[in-house]
Design a binder for this molecule. Sequence first.
Ligand SMILES: CC(C)NC[C@H](O)COc1ccc(S(N)(=O)=O)cc1
Ligand SMILES: [Zn+2]
Length: 257
Amino acid sequence: SSKYVLSHMHPMWQGPLAVPGGDRQSPIDIVVRKSIFDSELKPLVTDYDPDTCQQIWNNGYSFLVEYDDTTDKSTLRGGPLQDKFRLCQFHFHWGESNSWGSEHTVDRKLFPAELHLVHWNSDKYSLFEEAVMEENGLAVIGVFLKVGKRHEGLQKLVDALPAIRHKGSVVEFTRFDPACLLPSNIDDYWTYHGSLTTPPLTESVSWIVMKQHIEVSHDQLAVFRSLLFTSAEEEVQKSMECFKGTRLSLGSFIQNN
Ligand SMILES: CC(C)NC[C@H](O)COc1ccc(S(N)(=O)=O)cc1
Ligand SMILES: [Zn+2]
């Protein structure tokens, strides 16, 4: 099993952790020829309980599937990790076309989308919000998506998206096993110390990026893109804007006759 570590050996500086301009910001370009095999890395062990799946919501930037992380029922350990990490949510990043969307790149290659499974260190901390500020607080598994055959496991999720079309909407979502979204060989990965890719951008993430991608169909990805990142009331405002314009011109038409 070929496990690679990225050698970003910057001199460790004692600066504050959450400096967005810091020296371990994610995402990065994974330069394959610069990755180093590390035989010390252990097999990655995921142990997810589908019963901890709770809800799916549109946060205005992506959609998140959230898990009950009040117990150690859905966990990640092994690989580069010394502790046990609890799954709290997974989400995707995608683009408006198949030519872009992923956050990480591999030798500058972009993928149409990227899945992030977010875990926090439950051996050391008691809440995600606490772990997010700590050096070894989080572990995120990244999986690249490519357009190809339909992903049967993803379809249950795709079918739930129309119900959360607008920013801020949330619906109950249960019994979803995120392991179905992982590639067949999860021991083929690159790992490096980085940060959250969106605010608060804290440098608290052990990244584990899968070398193997998963395939989803064009239609499934099109449903991702059908999500709106404006709220329902913003939608009404926008439609009123163009209507308001019409009323003004209509008024002037009446005056001129
Ligand atoms: C600090 C807490 C309260 N809020 C943080 C907020 O949820 C953002 O969490 C996250 C979680 C994961 C990621 S990524 N794309 O790097 O996997 C980015 C932001
Ligand atoms: Zn993400």
